[in-house]
Design a protein around this ligand. Structure first.
Ligand code: PGA
Length: 252
């Protein structure tokens, strides 16, 4: 059975003290009112070692927002998958559209990152999604196919089954525009069919595919109600306990 997951992506927000406070407040809220899904928070690197011990690991998983495409060595400013794992973090977001667009992360680079994350026992939350012009041209399926094929098709079915996918239409991220539940379901079903074709029906059935892009308490329920939408990757609304919990509660 695939998992329902609500994952927060803090991006470059919250200093260390604010981040710890947010994690503790969320932990308190979810301890008092247990979630009906897996909950993950992905934080800036420097927060990880402090946020991991601040939360109950049986309620909240912690992840990074990125990791290096190299094992170790002279790569000034980079943070390796091994370093992320050594904090107790269990997840890492890879292939976010902001990393692809602003930091020129290619499918080849992301392939390396995915393999290093898996080698260090981290669960990649691998992001795919088209930009507005691609949606307008009707080529969104081809775009997500190429993103999957370019970074994940070299994996064994066993390794692929450790990955969580997040479909995030770039035109919906931080814009207030959200894919309609129908648009989300249509492309999530397509993504699952691609996985089935490549890795088999059982792997496809067990892969969690999250939706991301201006997800909020007011639209989460109708998005998550779709059979192929297994939760959300949440940016802006993950920065306030009330909003994030409102989305988590969509599974109740
Ligand atoms: P958003 O971001 O919820 O602020 O649109 C989602 C994401 O980028 O993961």
């Amino acid at each position: 059975m695939r998992k329902n997951i609500v994952a927060g992506n803090w991006k470059m927000n919250k200093n260390l003290q604010e981040g710890i406070a947010l994690a503790k407040d969320l932990n308190a809220a979810l301890t008092a009112d247990k979630p009906n899904c897996d909950v993950i928070i992905c934080t800036p690197f420097i927060h990880l070692a402090s946020v991991v011990p601040a939360v109950d690991a049986s309620i909240i998983g912690v992840g990074a927002e990125n990791c290096a495409d190299k094992v170790s060595g002279a790569y000034t400013g980079e943070v390796s998958a091994e370093m992320v794992a050594s904090t107790g973090a269990k997840y890492v977001i890879l292939g976010h559209s902001e990393r692809r667009a602003y930091y020129h992360e290619t499918p080849e680079i992301l392939k390396e990152k995915v393999q290093l994350a898996l080698a260090n026992g981290l669960t990649p939350i691998f992001c795919i999604g088209e930009v507005l012009e691609e949606r307008q041209q009707g080529i969104q399926n081809q775009v997500v196919f190429d993103q999957l094929a370019g970074s994940l098709f070299d994996l064994s079915a066993e390794d692929f089954s450790k990955i969580v996918l997040a479909y995030e239409p770039v035109w919906a991220i931080g814009t207030g525009l959200t894919a309609t539940p129908e648009q989300a379901e249509e492309i999530h079903a397509y993504i699952r069919s691609v996985i089935a074709e490549k890795f088999g029906a059982e792997v496809a059935e067990n892969t969690s595919i999250l939706y991301g892009g201006s997800c909020k308490p007011s639209n989460a329920k109708e998005l998550f109600a779709n059979p192929n939408v297994d939760g959300g990757l949440i940016g802006g609304a993950a920065l306030k306990v009330e909003d994030f919990k409102g989305i988590i509660d969509a599974f109740k």
